[in-house]
Write a protein that binds this ligand. Structure first.
Ligand code: TPP
Length: 340
């Protein structure tokens, strides 16, 4: 966010019991806008044949940024999944870094252009790179949580996944282990009700994901993923528990997938057109904007200024990443075989 942003509203912001300040909230809102603007650009570039494949965070942005805003990038560890584009921005990835990844350029900080975009990794930000397989980040987070507990630094591990991933064995193993050993882990499920073309009712037995926490003896909370303050409060409470040695928590944020699964998918082939038309109106960004305005944290002028700045950032990031060199072909097998 531009450092020059100052409050220009007519009424003073109301005090927030969560400790959220105007600066934190505007930074979070800027991350949400940035994720959307970058996603719009990536779509155009994909359709123009310049980007091979993307997975959109559209509909998940507010939940992702609210969750990360309650945590401490640089201190905590983050096992993100492929839809976590907005979460990665909130963890500190820059638009240019994410565009370098989208263009598979050598300077992509996550993998040097080797992984599909959406595999986020940054040692200095504590973001642990994953794989495109659904679920393995969950037991990995439990193990990281155990290590953090042993280190005793008060840091925690945040791991995110979709509801489809909760039907994998990895989910059971990871949550069970973390609960048994009271590991400081936050299990954050972004439930968009679809696992590619499989709806929740054909994938997840029982009423939902949050209820599963009871089987492991840990708290399970369901929150509206378009409610920044509700998601932030749920994650802040899970973080408090984790840092106090009380063990893991499971949070299920209800969101909408406002795009097909990926740019290689067309959800019109398997979804009801009426339902799709309905969901088009469930964009979480106008709600966040309204919530901030209603609480006195944002004005139309600041909103316009932020959108303008974000648009310019996206232009700069796109130009820089497109012009950046591709990986050298001679490095093709690096990290695949032991170097001689
Ligand atoms: C083990 C495994 N099975 C299947 C796939 C193919 N696959 C990729 S994403 C995905 C859907 C996952 O849905 P969900 O966990 O709900 O997350 P969402 O993509 O909806 O955010 C599937 C089945 C995979 N990558 N790995």
């Amino acid at each position: 966010m531009a450092s020059g942003l100052v409050w220009s509203g007519r009424m003073p912001p109301s005090p927030d019991p969560s400790g959220l300040t105007q600066e934190i909230l505007l930074r979070a809102y800027a991350s949400v806008l940035r994720a959307r603007a970058l996603d719009d650009r990536r779509f155009v570039l994909n359709r123009a044949g310049k980007l091979a494949f993307i997975i959109s965070p559209r509909g998940h942005e507010v939940a992702q940024v609210a969750a990360i805003t309650a945590l401490e990038p640089g201190r905590d560890r983050f096992c993100l999944y492929y839809r976590n584009f907005a979460a990665a921005l909130a963890c500190g990835f820059t638009p240019e870094e994410l565009m370098l990844s989208a263009f598979a350029r050598a300077a992509d900080p996550s993998s040097g252009g080797r992984q599909t975009p959406g595999n986020f990794g940054s040692r200095r930000r504590g973001v642990v790179i994953g794989s495109s397989t659904v679920g393995p980040q969950i037991p990995k987070a439990a193990g990281i949580g155990l290590a953090l507990k042993w280190k005793g630094e008060g840091a925690l591990c945040y791991v995110s996944f979709g509801e489809g991933a909760t039907s994998q064995g990895d989910f059971h193993e990871g949550v069970n282990f973390a609960a048994l050993h009271r590991c400081p882990v936050i299990f954050f499920c972004e439930n968009n009700h679809w696992a590619i073309s499989v709806p929740q009712e054909l994938q997840v037995a029982g009423p939902g994901v949050a209820e599963r926490a009871a089987g492991y003896g840990i708290p399970g909370t369901r929150v509206a993923g378009d409610d920044f303050f509700a998601v932030h409060a749920a994650v802040a409470e899970a973080a408090r528990r984790a840092r106090a040695g009380e063990g893991p928590s499971l949070i299920e944020a209800q969101v909408y997938r406002l795009q097909s699964h990926s740019t290689d998918d067309d959800q019109r082939a398997y979804r009801d057109p009426v339902e799709l038309a309905n969901e088009a109106g469930k964009d979480p960004i106008p709600k966040m904007r309204q919530d901030l305005i209603a609480r006195g944290w944002l004005t139309d002028e600041v909103d316009e200024q932020l959108r303008r700045e974000v648009g310019e950032e996206v232009d700069r990031a796109t130009e820089a990443a497109e012009a950046a060199p591709e990986p050298d072909a001679s490095t093709l097998t690096r990290h695949v075989y032991a170097d001689a």
